[in-house]
Write a protein that binds this ligand. Structure first.
Ligand code: DAH
Length: 441
């Protein structure tokens, strides 16, 4: 889980006019799967990003993401069956094109929340975007009458470039809701809601989250029981995936759509690795979507992170590989087989630096590096392994600001020649000159 839906990220508030956006500049519409969308000054989705739609890696049988998906779904089916029938519905083919209402408003994400920033999301226009998390579908599925469901799919976020970040990744989100009789089958005296809360008229009650232990509309008993079930359920899941000896810990967290909220971390290769976010769904979300007599828990996890840890896959770009040397390692395997990825062979990296002076109205702190990363990825494609900031410099006399980035190139399936890297690097230089009005040093 990256930090997007946590409140902490500090964003530069200065929006500058060199925002990189091929689509907005050259055409009034964006075409995605034969549907045309009117573009506007929010449009920042690039042709490269659009090309990932429909790949559905999580549904390709020999892809590690699909194996992890099936193992988690299987765990759910085993944990929750009623008279031999699963009590969960699974949605793994929902369109990634969503409205800002679905991705943010329905989930109580404030209008000024950093996760809405253009620098973090791929907007089609001011009303539509490529979903930034699977939670975007939570309200519509609740509204359609579902209580227990799983949503799996590709999500899109603008971010830095390195071996664990890719602008498209996959998430699995879950909602489990229960009525009073289901939660407390043997205690008809216990309730989900405080007596002051009238569930027929929820809008008359201001539900607060100032108490760290619970939402003000919920009873402590209901919250604590849901918390225990949620945590047991998730620990069971990581034990099924990683084995009973896996070391884990819970960390208090904040998400606009749950309260209380937690993150689960597992101890993996000498580090604590955050694998999921979860919590008790804010009652406003349930009340707006329909069900007025339930309490629900929800969680969301990233499939790439789990797959990389489980199968020791060192680079997130490998998930997209169509090379048989990669895919055959995951083909026709027992779902729970222990697989350790063996590098087919490692091709050398090529690193070229790029330094430039910023135009006068932009400083080293207001430069939109995510715009830069997108442009690098647009031109270099998947051979871009990493882009790292190497140096910031302010000229003592002219006061001009300058940045230097190292771009690491590596093809996953063959050796790149210095000449072909130099050509791509030159193309990147030319593109940033025209997109950001910088001067190459
Ligand atoms: N949507 C969150 C993210 O992408 C993860 C998450 C947290 C999902 C809590 C949930 C939840 O359903 O309850 O960072």
């Amino acid at each position: 889980m990256t930090k997007l839906f946590k409140i902490r990220r500090l964003l530069s508030s200065v929006l500058h006019k060199y925002n990189y956006s091929t689509a907005a500049k050259s055409m009034p519409t964006v075409k995605i799967n034969s549907t045309e969308f009117i573009s506007d000054d929010y449009t920042n989705v690039t042709p490269k990003i659009i090309s990932y739609l429909g790949r559905n890696l999580h549904l390709q049988n020999d892809n590690p993401l699909s194996i992890v998906r099936q193992r988690i779904v299987q765990y759910f089916y085993k944990s929750f069956t009623h008279r031999g029938k699963p009590t969960f519905s699974v949605y793994d083919n929902l369109s990634p094109i969503v409205s800002t209402k679905q991705n943010f408003d329905d989930l109580l994400i404030p209008v000024d929340h950093p996760s809405r920033a253009k620098s973090d999301c791929y907007y089609i226009n001011k009303d539509m975007l490529l979903r930034a998390h699977m939670t975007a579908h939570q309200s519509e599925l609740l509204r359609s009458g579902l209580n227990n469901f799983l949503m799996i799919g590709d999500v899109y976020r603008r971010d830095e470039i390195d071996s664990t970040h890719f602008p498209v990744f996959h998430q699995l989100d879950v909602v489990r809701s229960q009525r009073k009789e289901q939660l407390f089958p043997n205690h008809p005296d216990l309730d989900i809601f405080e007596p002051t809360f009238d569930k027929e008229r929820p809008h008359l009650f201001t539900n607060t989250i100032t108490d760290p232990t619970k939402q003000s509309c919920h009873t402590l008993e209901a919250t604590k029981l849901m918390e225990a079930q949620l945590k047991n359920h998730l620990i069971g899941l990581v034990q099924v995936l990683f084995g009973d000896d896996i070391k884990y810990r819970w960390v208090d967290a904040y998400f606009p759509f749950t309260h209380p909220s937690w993150e689960l971390e597992i101890y993996y290769e000498n580090n604590w690795l955050e694998v999921l976010g979860c919590g008790i769904v804010r009652n406003e979300i349930l009340a707006n979507a329909g069900p007025n007599n339930t309490i629900a828990y929800a969680f969301g996890l990233g499939l790439e992170r789990l797959a990389m840890a489980l199968y020791k896959i060192p680079d997130i770009r490998l998930m997209w590989s169509q090379d048989s040397g990669f895919l055959t390692q995951f083909q026709n395997k027992e779902l729970n087989a222990k697989i350790t990825y063996k590098p087919v062979s490692v091709y050398p990296q090529c690193t070229n630096d790029i330094s430039f002076w910023l135009p006068e109205n932009i400083t080293i702190d207001t430069f939109m590096s995510n715009d830069f990363y997108d442009l690098v990825r647009d031109i270099g494609g998947d051979i871009i392994e990493q882009v790292k900031l190497k140096d910031k410099f302010i000229h003592p006399k002219t006061k001009k600001h300058s940045l230097c980035f190292s771009i690491v190139y590596r093809h996953l399936e063959r050796t790149l020649t210095q000449a072909e890297v130099n050509k791509i690097h030159k193309d990147i230089e030319n593109a940033i000159v025209s997109a950001f009005n910088v001067v190459i040093r």
